[in-house]
Design a binder for this molecule. Structure first.
Ligand code: NAP
Length: 500
């Protein structure tokens, strides 16, 4: 590893956390603990409790009481907004600390973690305004004796289950919007990356959020996560994770209380590059799109469809870009590509690389694990394939593995882009406006980028078509998702009698 640049130091011993309920920390006490080793360094960095079913029930009861007594939903939107704005200020003050723990648990580069946490400040600021803009409708057109009012009410207690790839960012794409709607929350982060979710709960209390409105339970998905999604007192569940666990979320909702679901699931996202694109820009964007967060990104541009006349040249350009990106210690300020977050994900990625080779795909670059002395790292890898038949062209790998497929016509590119069960995100790279607009209309994806990738902001909703999910997070849609609609019929004056 390059030690010439500034490198933050590891903690001398793992930091122990409790969980967060009813406006305060609950000490781990006698509970079993989960010890997390930094994926970039292999040394233990945090210890978090494995919450029990009783802990979960207590957290849900706390959120239920806080919702039912209207201590949050009964406030004016202006008062709720003040809390969210204060939280934004406190997050800004603690960017370094949050980014440090995010990097230690996740393995992402510290500079990237900082940028993500800074982006979350904007989520809170924007959602603060949205809460005040939320409104209903009136129908003043039903005659002199009637008025119709349509109101939006907060849906109630919301469970939030988040994955390990962007623990703080994904959380902040949901929590401020849920709070702006007036709901209360029980969050369950991935067990391997729990700490920044706990820190957000503490920050929200310091910002003046009433006790019980934000609760965090820690523990594994199979235990505490499963109990959360089955819980009868959870009114809505926002689940972000794999499509396979998403199926069990749907099944659990049907088997219990038909809780409303928001599902943000997997993707196999096409990047379509036409020969008339600015190939230099496109190569840079494609390299970023597959290597950002080591490709452990639901919207990573993992399928590269390139017009046949430039496919070889363009693949080489992307490989060249990737060879110059700095892989290494996530605590090094200059690192661009960090570690693979879990051992299981490391094995999954390496097994897809083997499958690609067995299926006869041509390896353009990468394909190996990197021995940096400590931690787990995989070289950005490019394969070219002739068709969509291979597993590496069809299945979500969730790693830095790019599969290149050539195309001859725009219609063919659109057909290949849509030849997937997923519909999360897509990009087109071209300087021809007609092609850009036609492809953006016809590719089935919840997020679409023209001459860029992985761009976004608090204004733009996030979500998938097809098996990539249901509903939208962020933006005004992300607040409205957490409301339900009530129609109020008001009679004016004397009723026309039914019985004379
Ligand atoms: P995952 O295994 O589905 O886990 C996601 C979350 O669900 C974690 O908190 C996990 O807890 C929990 N969980 C696992 N099994 C559960 C169960 N039976 N009941 C309740 N909760 C359960 O997914 P992952 O491997 O962490 O994340 C990668 C996947 O997420 C990829 O498919 C990616 O595309 C998708 N993703 C989608 C988006 C999006 O916005 N569309 C964003 C990010 C990621 P533990 O980890 O503690 O077991």
């Amino acid at each position: 590893m390059d030690k010439s640049s500034h490198v933050l130091t590891l903690p001398s011993e793992p930091r122990e956390f409790g969980f967060y309920m009813d406006g305060d920390w609950v000490a781990a006490g006698e509970r079993e603990m989960f010890e997390r080793a930094s994926p970039g360094h292999g040394v233990p960095v945090t210890r978090t409790p494995r919450c029990t079913e009783d802990d979960l029930n207590a957290a849900v009861a706390s959120a239920r009481t806080a919702f039912d007594d209207r201590r949050w939903s009964g406030l004016s939107a202006a008062d709720r907004s003040a809390v969210l704005l204060k939280a934004a200020e406190l997050i800004r003050e603690r960017i370094e600390e949050i980014a440090y723990w995010e990097t230690l648990e996740n393995g992402k580069p510290i500079a990237q973690a900082r940028a993500e946490v800074s982006g979350c400040v904007g989520m809170f600021e924007y959602a603060a305004g949205l809460g005040r803009a939320l409104h209903g409708e009136t129908y003043n057109n039903s005659g002199d004796n009637a008025l119709g009012v349509v109101t939006r009410e907060p849906i109630g207690v919301v469970g939030v289950i988040t994955p390990w790839n962007f623990p703080f960012l994904i959380l902040c794409e949901r929590v401020p919007y849920i709070l702006a709607a007036g709901c209360t929350i029980v969050a369950k982060p991935s067990e391997v990356t729990s700490v920044t979710t706990l820190l957000l709960a503490e920050i929200l209390s310091q910002a003046g959020l009433p006790d019980g409105v934000m609760n965090v339970v820690t523990g594994s998905g199979r235990t505490v996560g499963q109990k959360l999604l089955e819980h009868m007192d959870i009114d809505m569940l926002s689940f972000t994770g794999s499509t396979s666990v998403g199926r069990s979320v749907v099944e659990a909702s049907g088997r219990t209380n038909f809780k409303k679901l928001g599902l943000e699931l997997g993707g196999k996202n096409p990047q379509i590059v036409f020969a008339d694109a600015d190939l230099e820009d496109a190569a840079d964007g494609v390299a970023f799109g597959i290597a950002f967060n080591t490709g452990q990104c639901c919207v990573s541009g993992s399928r590269l469809l390139v017009e046949r006349s430039v496919v070889e040249e363009f693949s080489r350009m992307v490989a060249d870009k990737l060879s110059k990106a700095k892989i290494g210690d996530p605590l090094d300020e200059t690192t661009q590509i960090g570690a693979i977050t879990t051992d299981a994900q490391n094995s999954t990625i390496m097994s897809y690389i083997s499958k690609g080779q067995e299926d006869g795909a041509h390896l353009v670059c990468g394909g190996k694990q990197l021995d940096l002395g400590q931690g787990q790292y995989i070289e950005p890898t490019i394969f070219t394939c002739d068709s969509m038949d291979s597993a590496i062209a069809r299945e979500e790998i969730f790693g830095p593995v790019l599969t290149v497929i050539p195309f001859d016509t725009m219609d063919q590119a659109i057909a290949v882009a849509n030849d997937t069960e997923y519909g999360l995100a897509a990009s087109v790279w071209t300087k021809n406006i007609d092609k850009a607009l036609t492809v953006s209309r016809q590719v089935k994806a919840g997020r679409f980028w023209v001459n860029t990738t992985l761009a976004g902001g608090p204004e733009l909703p996030i979500g998938g078509f097809k098996q990539s999910g249901w509903g939208r997070e962020a933006g005004m849609h992300g607040v409205e998702e957490y409301t339900q609609i009530k129609s109020v019929h008001i009679e004016i004056g004397k009723r026309t009698p039914w019985v004379e």
